[in-house]
Design a protein around this ligand. Sequence first.
Ligand SMILES: [Zn+2]
Length: 112
Amino acid sequence: MFCKNCGAQIDDRAVICPKCGAATDNFRQASAPQADDAPSAGFAVLCFFFPVVGLILYLVWKDSMPMRARSCGKGALISVIVEAAACVFVIIFAFAAGGFAACVAGSYVALL
Ligand SMILES: [Zn+2]
């Protein structure tokens, strides 16, 4: 982007112009975060149980309330990991049970 004060080309993420020191459009965002933005355990728990809600809230808040958005994202992420782990456990258990059943069946066949 270009500095509104001196017109110099500056980094898009710059908070102030390195040439003249004027504040850029990023300055207000960087210096005045939203007052009600804070990590929220309540939202993290909500998003743990409803990961889709967590994803939506994360996308909605990631710019305006990054701290709260991160809580939501974390809750949703943990939820997905736990569910994936539970899924893997169930599959392993199913295979183990299936293997045991096959073993018992094989023993019966061998006895006959
Ligand atoms: Zn400037």
